[in-house]
Write a protein that binds this ligand. Structure first.
Ligand code: LLP
Length: 416
């Protein structure tokens, strides 16, 4: 990817704006996103699908901030949602309801009803009981719900166990061996209209082969389902493509899809409408989190660099031992030392990076990299910390798209 977030004259810049100036003006911790980086990541998929009928439904769980949604919606994307809350955000962002797909294993009746009334494009259904309930809810409204069944291709995405979803032992999807019967069941229900098939094998996938295997497994099912007399209008291949956090080399979206499309063509499905649900690969490397060094605490065994961002802002290291690069906003010439970069939260798990070589002084600004996906959207108020502010940079303009959460915001729903 082209470096939209990089150094110029010894200063970290987000497009045309100095990160240090943004931190000075808006305080820290502060998420900053580059619009050009987002659109550049999207362009790789758009190039990959040139000349095909394809809908890119941004998986908004990765980052559901309205301005982020708006950026992708304006660029033509649909949205992949997983809750009633995400549906309301999606509608607020101005998405065409027909471009919304609803994933997730535990949709409630109320969520189904609201999504049907809004006129979403498809429900990705994950179990037989969900088919029955959805049919009932839709029939009650005098409608037929468009459905796709999420099948579990049982391939190993070779990623972290917490974010791998396509194996037999996962809670997600309908087992490959049960899929045909489930389709026949769905086709017979009065409130449903079967329109597609979908799968999603995991997240932060950095290899091509799990995708190729999954495509073969899904197309085997498409063959069988269509032979039984059910026509599938679209094939939804989920999301999951990884990004470079720490030297990983995932395939580029266009290169990956060149291979997948060749497979579709070879098996006679080249004209079928495609849907995908990428999240991380569209936004992950388009964002950073700026944080200020509060104290340096050198010790006998470890040196701790205490910053003002924490696990409530950036939960991925604590949850998955994930690696995020941490870089100085204005690098010093002085010698580096080895630091564990930690937050102020009262947990040993509150670390952002371990054994990092940095030359820092108290007050120095650092940038936690690759912080566009699954950071703000997974943030919390633990330790009564307010959520960080968010900025969207476009060229040399920075816009505050989410104000810093105040203590009043936090207390608003409570009483004694
Ligand atoms: N579609 C479905 C059905 C999903 O479950 C997910 C992610 C996506 C699409 C988007 O996947 P992506 O393209 O972003 O990999 N919190 C974890 C990641 C959890 C992913 C959950 N599902 C993390 O921080 O690594």
């Amino acid at each position: 990817a082209r470096p939209f977030i990089d150094y110029r004259d010894g200063q970290l810049m987000v497009e045309g704006v100095s990160a240090a100036e943004l931190a000075r003006e808006h305080g820290t911790p502060l998420f900053v996103y580059s619009k050009a980086a987002m659109l550049d990541a999207l362009a790789a998929y758009q190039r990959g699908f040139a000349g095909r009928e394809a809908l890119i439904c941004y998986a908004m769980k990765a980052n559901s901030t309205l301005a982020v949604l708006r950026t992708f919606v304006e660029a033509g994307c649909g949205l992949d949602i997983v809750s009633g809350g995400e549906l309301e955000r999606a509608l607020r962002a101005g998405v065409e309801p027909a471009k919304v797909i609803f994933s997730g294993v535990g949709k409630t009746r109320a969520e189904m009803k609201r999504a049907l009334e809004a006129g979403i494009g498809c429900f990705n259904v994950e179990s037989l009981p969900e088919l029955d309930v959805l049919s009932e809810v839709a029939a009650g409204l005098g409608r037929r719900a468009p459905v796709s069944l999420r099948v579990n291709p049982d391939v190993d995405a070779k990623t972290h166990p917490y974010i791998s979803t396509g194996l037999k032992g996962n809670k997600f999807g309908i087992a490959h061996t049960d899929a045909l019967v489930a389709y026949q069941h769905a086709a017979a229900l009065p409130g449903l209209k079967v329109t597609g098939i979908d799968c999603h094998i995991g997240s932060q996938i950095t290899e091509t082969s799990p995708y190729l295997d999954a495509m073969d497994r899904v197309l085997d099912l498409v063959d069988a389902i269509e032979a039984s007399g059910i026509t599938l209008e679209h094939i939804d291949f989920g999301g999951g493509l990884g990004i470079n956090y720490h030297g990983e080399t995932p395939p580029a979206a266009d290169a990956l899809w060149q291979l997948l499309l060749a497979k579709l063509d070879a098996r006679g499905y080249g004209q079928r409408k495609l849907v995908i649900e990428p999240g991380r690969s569209l936004i992950g490397n388009a964002g950073i989190c700026l944080t200020e060094t509060v104290f340096l605490k050198p010790g006998e065994q470890k040196n701790f660099l205490i910053v003002d961002a924490a696990m409530n802002d950036l939960p991925r290291p604590a949850m998955y031992e994930a690696y995020h690069a941490i870089v100085p906003v204005q690098p010093r010439e002085t010698e580096t030392q080895t630091w564990d970069v930690v937050g102020p939260v009262c947990e040993s798990g509150d670390w952002l990076g371990r054994e990092r070589e940095l030359a820092v002084q108290p007050g120095d600004l650092l940038a936690v990299c690759s912080a566009g996906a699954y950071c703000m959207s997974m943030s919390s108020n633990y330790n009564s910390r307010g959520r960080a502010a968010e900025l969207l940079v476009d060229g040399d303009q920075a816009r505050l798209v989410r104000a810093r959460e105040s203590i009043e915001d936090q207390l608003r729903l409570e009483s004694m």
